[in-house]
Design a protein around this ligand. Structure first.
Ligand code: PLP
Length: 389
């Protein structure tokens, strides 16, 4: 049975570029902090990857500490939030403005900060659109940090965060801006400058690099002002901001995947957008309801509602036919509660529990969508019949 993998928001297979980088670097066992030739060779690999990823973020010649490697997107988010909240904060500014549909690696950290006395303002993203007025109203002198995701991992909504970041800075230049761009990197066109975020989190395994590597972009002015402190403490690697010996092989693959993805960005975005439109057209024609954001969308995510069938039941039916999709995000699929992102989108618990996420990559194709459609319609008939018995 061939596998049809349509769960690329959960993780992606390796690209050829990433695989080749792993092959080239797997025997470079040096510690990048060592001063001898073996160490320097590893350091050289990391430095190349840093430049490749910075270039994909529109940054030339990154300054020391401007892009630090982490173990994953979760760690990049934790570093951004805890690192700035606990930096010698101007204590009068304790408000953090965010959305009501952030990934748990942001939302759960904010809950911890809330219990430590920070005020968290969660802006509605109903229908996939950020409530701009409410966001603007929350900005000002008291705002320490604005943290907003670029693309929602469950609905694919591309939130209009740039005007919020800009206004946050205009009203209070000391407000720090952070973007979880894990689902947006190489899926949406942006640069660190166009985004206007001081901090940007990205993750390797969402862009066809292996798991175990992520990165945090840090605006040099924030570094100079010491407004971010490390949350992993040790040997002082990554400009003192992320201790721990770097994952040289993973970083090399991340760099290669980013360079390759950036080189083909236009082509990949067109392919995914066209395929997404094709899938939406076919799903609608078959009578499936779609949880479509009313505003802008990333080109790789489609969220649909099943007719009176739990998404998990359909997921198992599809999996038995070799088709991989997701019932919500991979991180929340272990959770027993209704997806907060889908609730924030405006779905009832029953609707959210019947929602399925299909996520594409530049390597997905129409035949795979046709096979999914075929299996979904068969599944819907079979499973509804079984329920009636
Ligand atoms: N942020 C978003 C929007 C995500 O979708 C994910 C992963 O699904 C993460 C953060 C966490 O990334 P990682 O799996 O690299 O920890």
């Amino acid at each position: 049975m061939t596998t049809i993998y349509l769960d690329n928001s959960a993780t992606t297979p390796l690209s050829d570029a990433a695989r080749e980088a792993i092959r080239e670097t797997m025997d470079h066992y040096g510690n990048p902090s060592s001063l001898h030739a073996v160490g320097l060779a590893a350091e050289h690999i990391i430095s190349r990857a840093r430049t490749q990823i910075a270039t994909a973020l529109g940054v030339r010649n990154p300054a020391p500490g401007q892009l630090i490697f982490t173990a994953c997107g979760t760690e990049a988010n934790n570093t951004a939030l805890l690192g700035t909240a606990y930096a010698k904060a101007r204590r009068e500014a304790t408000r953090i403005v965010t959305t009501d549909s952030e990934h748990p690696s942001v939302e759960n950290v904010l809950q911890k900060l809330e219990s430590d006395g920070f005020e968290i303002v969660r802006i509605s993203t109903r229908g996939g659109e950020l409530d701009r007025e409410a966001a603007m109203a929350a900005l000002g002198e008291k705002t320490l940090l604005v943290t907003m995701m670029m693309v929602n991992n469950e609905t694919g909504a591309r939130y209009d965060i740039e005007p919020i970041f800009r206004e946050a800075k205009r009203r209070n230049p000391n407000t720090i801006t952070h973007c979880d761009a894990v689902q947006g990197f190489l899926k949406c066109k942006f640069t660190a400058q166009s985004l206007g975020a001081d901090l940007i989190s990205i993750s390797g395994h969402k862009i066809h690099a292996p798991k175990g590597v992520g990165a945090l972009y840090i605006d040099p002015a924030l570094l100079r002002a010491k407004r971010i402190v490390p949350y992993l403490i040790g040997g002082g690697q990554e400009n003192g901001l992320r201790s721990g010996t770097e994952n040289t092989i993973g970083i090399a693959a991340f760099g290669a995947a980013a360079e390759d993805g950036f080189r083909h960005l236009d082509e990949h975005l067109t392919q995914m957008s066209e395929l997404r439109s094709y899938a939406i057209e076919r799903l609608s024609a078959e009578g499936f309801l779609l949880n479509l954001p009313s505003g802008a969308c990333a080109p790789h995510i489609i969220n649909l509602q099943l007719p009176a069938i739990k998404s998990e039941t359909m997921l198992h039916f599809l999996s038995a036919q070799g088709i991989c999709v997701s019932s919500g995000s991979a991180c929340s699929s272990h959770a027993k509660h209704t997806s907060p992102s889908l609730a924030a989108f405006g779905l009832t618990a029953a609707q959210a529990d019947s929602s399925l996420r299909v996520s594409l990559s530049p390597y997905s194709n129409r035949e795979e969508i046709d096979a999914l459609l075929d299996a979904l319609t068969r599944g819907a008939r079979t499973l509804v019949r079984m329920r009636r018995r």
